[in-house]
Ligand binder design. Structure first.
Ligand code: SF4
Ligand code: SF4
Length: 369
């Protein structure tokens, strides 16, 4: 199995600010190229694109290819399960949204302290075992966004989980909040294959600071910045799949080109990445991956990830004009950063453990003067 998976969280859009406006024609074209190049793995989830990602893959892949031509992964939205019957309801709805009779990989989505506790209490693990026994999920596992210690506990108590999906990338490798390396080591200790999410850190590593770009280009002018990030995690032993949320045909073409005949990083390339990590660590202000989990519950409709993105750009490149312009555009018709009432509904959802309320103050200070 080739190690690149097509992530359905950031599909191309017709309208930049509207996650529901999926560019289906482009998704179809991308899926065709992906499959024609010998790739098979598609990853989606209930909330992606406000509920439309699963249907987009149905139209692009399920309706147009024989079932054995692709592998489909989907996830139980643990954060929306409040009673045991919800598992069955969500799962059946997902089969229908995707137009399939089974999933090749099925995950409990976003386990951390809170969702793990509710999954234990409501019978989420029993439900997963039942799916596997019934053949409705060929492989069962979970995605995880918390500390390595909790991952160890889950894998110890639930050896029936066959794989884990982790946020691994070269910039979070030693991060204390994400703990990429520590989580990876726990998965290895339990002999669980790893599926990697956020290898490019929400797109951030596709556009590293200028000093880092110079280092990469000096080594090889042809290699994209994203390719370094994807090859970094694909080179790790035990990684079975690297998901990339590709939002254009060009990105997909680039990714499939170097992953068709994947070559692990050599020692010199690893050294370059270590230097790049130092450069980036000096410049990222807010480690947001644009997952959007925080957005829906905000009573002020604050466009949190968009504001963080413009703030990071301002912090990285030092120019205030363009980010300020983007800030005005992004805040049109939505709450400004200064309108945050500090209810913290958003912070409960953030897999990156960002103190959103504090960071919004920085944003307001930078762009609302
Ligand atoms: S703390 Fe602020 S940004 Fe977060 S949900 Fe509440 S109002 Fe929205
Ligand atoms: S602030 Fe956190 S939850 Fe919101 S988009 Fe960024 S990483 Fe995701």
């Amino acid at each position: 199995m080739k190690k690149l998976g097509f992530g359905g969280m950031r599909l191309p859009r017709l309208v930049e600010n509207d996650p529901k406006s999926i560019d289906q024609a482009q998704v179809n074209e991308m899926a065709d190229h992906f499959i024609n190049q010998g790739f098979t793995y598609f990853d989606t989830a209930y909330p992606y694109h406000q509920g439309l990602s699963e249907g987009a893959f149905k139209k692009a892949v399920v309706d147009r290819y024989p079932r054995e031509a692709f592998l489909l992964a989907d996830k139980m939205p643990t954060f929306s399960v409040f009673k045991t019957e919800d598992y069955e309801r969500f799962f059946n709805e997902q089969l229908e949204r995707c137009g399939v009779e089974y999933f090749d990989y099925y995950l409990l989505h976003n386990l951390g302290e809170k969702n793990y506790a509710s999954s234990v209490k409501l019978g989420g693990f029993e439900f997963m075992k039942k799916l596997k026994e019934e053949g409705k999920a060929k492989h069962i596992g979970f995605s995880f966004h918390d500390k390595a210690e909790l991952l160890d506990e889950i894998l110890t108590k639930h050896p029936e989980m066959e794989f884990v999906q982790l946020q691994l990338n070269y910039i979070d490798w030693e991060s204390e909040s994400i703990q990429s390396r520590k989580c990876y080591e726990v998965a290895r200790k339990h002999n669980k294959p790893v599926i990697v999410m956020e290898p490019i850190k929400g797109g951030g590593l596709a556009n590293p600071p200028e000093k880092a770009q110079e280092l990469f280009k000096a080594y090889n002018k042809e290699m994209s910045y994203a390719s370094w990030a994807i090859r970094y995690v694909a080179s790790l032993e035990g990684v079975m799949m690297v998901l990339s949320g590709m939002n254009s045909f060009n990105q997909l073409k680039d990714n499939t080109a170097y992953m068709s005949d994947f070559k692990p990083l050599n020692e010199e390339e690893k050294e370059i990445i270590l230097k790049v990590v130092d450069i980036i660590n000096e410049s990222i202000a807010i480690p947001c991956t644009n997952c959007q989990y925080c957005v829906d519950d905000c009573p002020k409709k604050i466009n949190i990830p968009a504001y963080f993105s413009v703030y990071n750009s301002y912090h990285l490149y030092g120019d205030r004009n363009f980010p300020a312009m983007h800030y005005d555009r992004q805040s049109h018709g939505r709450g400004k950063a200064s309108e945050c009432i500090e209810c913290k509904a958003c912070e409960r959802h953030c897999p990156q453990h960002i103190l959103i309320t504090e960071k919004l103050k920085l944003v307001a200070g930078a762009f609302e003067k």
